[in-house]
Design a protein around this ligand. Sequence first.
Ligand code: F6P
Length: 378
Amino acid sequence: MVKKVAIITNGGDCPGLNAVIRAIVKTAETHGVECYGYIEGYKGLLENNYIKLESNGSASGLLHRGGTIIGASNSTNLFNYPVEQDGKIEYMDMSYQAVENARSAGFDCIFTLGGDGTQKSARDFSVRGLNVIGVPKTIDNDVAHSEITFGYNTAVSVAAEALDRLHSTAESHHRIMTLEVMGRYAGWIALEAAIAGGADAAIIPEIPYDIDKIVKKINKRKEEGKKFSIIVVSEGAKPKDGDMVIKKTLNDGKGLDNIRLGGIGEKLAHDLEEKTGMVARNTTLGYVQRGGTPTAFDRVLSTKYGTKAMELAIQGTFNVLVTLKNGKLDYVSLEDVVGKNKEIGARSGGTESTNIKRVTMDDDLVKVARNLDICLGD
Ligand code: F6P
């Protein structure tokens, strides 16, 4: 019987986190379960820092609120955690301490709201003996086995609105406008926003781009009398003969997700200006994609995921990730989510064994883009 549970919101923040918290808390209360929240993600688990969550108290008024009321920590891997020793940083396995903390606090289940890195750690904690249930959060929509992650719809909506705004200024000045969007190693945001915002090209990590193909598209538009072009580019995109643009390497390359992407939009705008002779400008959309209120779609999705997660805990179904399958609430084993990336404490993103969900060439969105003659850079 589950009597006491805790929530962790880990990784980058994301619209809908608070809506999931609210749904878990309300469902817990309906079933007489006490609910707590760890402060600042997995860091709170290590520091034994948690608060009580109640729908009439700390967890009230959450449905529409962006961010997370319990805070999040990014790149926190307790299995390979930086600890200062004699003035030097050593990477240590702090997971045993974290497990001991959760056990002594009496938590029967921990809900891990996060993306692939968070769910990798959740699976690793399940191997160490904790009962965990994951909820797929990320604007990137790249968690394996989840049809859709909460936060993604909001990010796409923000990007589509930005594209609408870029259209009128691009048209007035006869410019090429590149819009760099987030998404890490997956092009979902770029592709869907390009379709929603009527862009002329969508450049995604899954298709290393040939700049001449983009130039051809821009020139074709010029011949048709359209003197501006709008290009959406995913932060993880790269030219077919080049590499991703890395803005910063974090934690000496030793953390969980140790590179910060950014800069491909500027590069593409610069290269297109040189090749077409047109004026090009870049806009990097950045954190507005993640901040603020969730769309109605994300509020409902988050609420569905939160209630399902608590239902699973009550049934005693642990070490799974809540998902949608063919539009219906479902769950999948965390072992399947991490795929071949079994080594405890291993990094999640950007590695050979990573199991993130990337855009595949047979995806409907790719087919739609090709039918609309949106240039995919190939
Ligand atoms: O995973 C969500 C995300 O917003 C990515 O799209 C982006 O690459 C990354 O997080 C940025 O992370 P940070 O908050 O560490 O800058």
